[in-house]
Design a protein. Structure first.
Lengths: 303, 317
């Protein structure tokens, strides 16, 4: 009688096994997603960034004023002015509108150099790590040279020599981040290269290119990607910094760093309006940083 | 050990040469003919050619590099196009001022970072740990030029406690260790210190937590060693790595202080670079970057050597 309702020991064992199999069969990305879901900080940061992204993409729809249209009679209004909730800048342009439009360039210049550096740095780093020998020597010693410059100095030096402009700033920042990504890519590739399954693939006659494509890339892209997401925060601070120095975007283009630069003269008139663009950079940068930390933990990347 | 020292020093030479080459190339990648920076645009063609010859600009690039290098190694960085003075004469005071700022800031950041990181690593998972980690993340994520502006708003504009600009009374650029000068240093140094503070906190937390998990700490505790006794062992083990991070941070701040120097009009290398960029004064730009980068190379070398000397576990052949 009782055997019908309560499971036998064997059945219980089976149930445990199948449950274990269930958790095991969960894919890598499902596991990552599950861990991210349990991490409130990462969720909040991701949500905030998504919200900001939507706001700057749909800036033309939600911005209350024209970002370029100023007025001499309403310059430097304070926070809470009717119709201009965050005040106006030194040319009488609405701060809310300028911040919304400004986010577009700030985000663009914070992300694009990292993407370029990710593609180029991964290619060179994986090549160096996988090929070893003279190729490794050539790539890594060149990297050492760029490592001999502090990153801010290198960015300022290159964009200072080339002159102001968005393109030059992006070029300078890309050059700053390529060596950093090469180092990470090279070291993780070397770690993977010595594993048994690579030897097995080679023994079965796979070409070097196939081994990299099938066996190496899948194992190294994750860590490099996580490292690159961490660079977005740095890149945003640096690119806005270049604009702050007058080396990135040029007026009257709205950009957070440049806004901070032009509003700096108003620091005695409207101090709290003047620091608003920097607050935007800070929030974005800290969110990207925490998101990257969350991803690192969820994806179980060491270092 | 001696062999390692020698090898490390010898290895720094090609790096220094390559850094010199990159600095040399900065002028070459600059848009326009470098000759236009020397002669006025309406100069007659034969004068332009003469100047080109005098400056060696008609020779092939490798020869130009060799010529430039032979001058640089004896300390001749050329003359400023804007002032006509030798680059080195302006650079000397600027470097001293930047060093004052960077050293104060990195010491401050290092002390704060060690305290925060040490506490966080010892009391992992507690409220102290979470606070320290939060402060560290904020420290590395904050655009420090903005933090500088906020500091000015609070302490200069609102409270009127500290000066917002310059390095001394009356805009003097000569530094002295008296209160009149030092109160100019407070805001820029605190602003600049948040970066090393964040990084040192993270590093020290990691190192301390790792050491605390090792068996010898449990063994020491088991032997009945007091808390302060264990603390001494932790410091001894953490110091070499922490010092290495600190050394590199000083180098980063030397090169990275341009933004903070611009905010506070601190008369250092950053302000010099800033004006050189906007006056298209390429010799000053090149000279400043060269000296800062060389300083960084030397510091890297020094950190490596000190770390090897301090930590007997590092055996480098």
């Amino acid at each position: 009688m009782s055997t019908a309702t309560t499971p036998t020991a064997a059945e219980a064992e089976l149930a445990v096994q199948s449950r274990q199999a269930e958790t095991k069969s969960l894919g890598y990305w499902a596991g990552v997603f599950k861990r991210v879901r349990r991490d409130p900080v990462t969720i909040v940061c991701g949500a905030l960034l998504l919200l900001m992204l939507l706001a700057i993409v749909f800036a033309p729809l939600i911005a209350p004023h024209d970002p370029y249209q100023g007025s001499m009679i309403r310059r430097l209004r304070g926070i809470g002015t009717l119709g201009y909730p965050l005040g106006t800048d030194e040319l009488g342009r609405d701060i809310v509108t300028r911040l919304l439009y400004g986010g577009r360039l700030s985000w663009f210049m914070g992300i694009v150099p990292v993407i370029f550096a990710f593609v180029i740095g991964t290619t060179l780093g994986v090549t160096a790590g996988f090929m070893g020998g003279k190729v490794n020597m050539a790539i890594m010693r060149t990297t050492d040279i760029f490592y001999a410059f502090p990153s801010v100095l290198l960015a300022v030096a290159i964009s200072g020599a080339l002159g102001a402009g968005i393109f030059n700033a992006i070029l300078a920042l890309t050059l700053v981040f390529i060596p950093q990504i090469i180092r990470v890519a090279e070291s993780v590739t070397q770690g993977v290269r010595n594993l048994d399954f690579v030897d097995a693939a080679r023994a079965s006659g796979a070409s070097g290119f196939t081994i990299v494509r099938v066996h190496v890339l899948g194992n190294v892209l994750g860590p490099i990607f996580v490292y690159a997401t961490g660079l977005i925060s740095v890149c945003m601070i640096l690119s806005s910094g270049l604009s702050f120095l007058g080396l990135g975007t040029k007026p009257p283009e709205p950009e957070w760093g440049l806004m901070l630069n032009t509003l700096r003269t108003a620091i005695y008139v409207q101090p709290w309006v003047a620091v608003l663009p920097g607050a935007c950079i800070f929030v974005t940068s800290i969110c990207f940083n925490l998101l990257s930390d969350g991803l690192r933990q969820a994806m179980d990347v060491k270092g | 050990m001696i062999l390692y020292l020698l090898r490390r020093i010898v290895y720094a030479i090609p790096i220094a040469l390559a850094v010199g080459f990159v600095c040399f190339m900065l002028v070459q990648i600059a848009p326009g003919d470098p000759i236009n920076a020397i002669v006025p645009p309406d100069a007659p063609a034969d004068v332009v050619e003469q100047v080109r010859k005098d400056y060696g600009l008609d020779k092939p690039l490798p020869v130009q590099f060799a010529l430039w290098l032979s001058k640089v190694v004896v300390g001749d960085l050329g003359r400023s196009l804007a002032t006509g003075r030798p680059v080195w004469s302006d650079l000397r005071t600027a470097i001293a001022n930047t060093l004052t700022l960077a050293f104060t800031a990195s010491s401050l950041g290092f002390i704060l970072g060690c305290v925060l990181g040490g506490l966080a690593g010892t009391f992992r998972g507690t409220f102290i740990d979470r606070t320290a980690v939060g402060v560290a993340v904020a420290g590395v994520s904050v655009p420090h030029y903005w933090l500088g502006m906020v500091m000015v708003v609070i302490f200069s504009v609102q409270l009127n406690w500290l000066p917002a600009m310059g390095a001394g009374p009356g805009g003097s650029s000569d530094w002295a260790w008296d209160w009149d000068h030092m109160k100019h240093l407070v805001l820029p140094a605190v602003t600049l210190s948040v970066i090393p503070m964040g990084i040192v906190t993270r590093t020290v937390r990691g190192i301390v937590a790792e050491i605390m998990n090792q068996e010898f700490i449990t063994a020491l505790r088991g032997k009945g060693l007091t808390r302060s006794g264990v603390f001494f062992h932790v410091v001894k083990n953490a110091a070499p790595n922490a010092l290495a991070v600190m050394g590199l941070q000083l180098g980063y701040l030397m090169g990275g202080s341009i933004l903070v120097e611009t905010v506070f009009s601190w008369p250092g290398t950053g302000l010099l670079l800033n004006s050189a960029i906007f006056q298209r004064d390429l010799p000053v730009l090149q000279g400043t970057i060269l000296v800062l980068a060389m300083f960084f190379v030397a510091l890297n070398l020094l950190v490596d050597l000190v770390q090897t000397a301090l930590d007997p576990r590092i055996k480098r052949a």
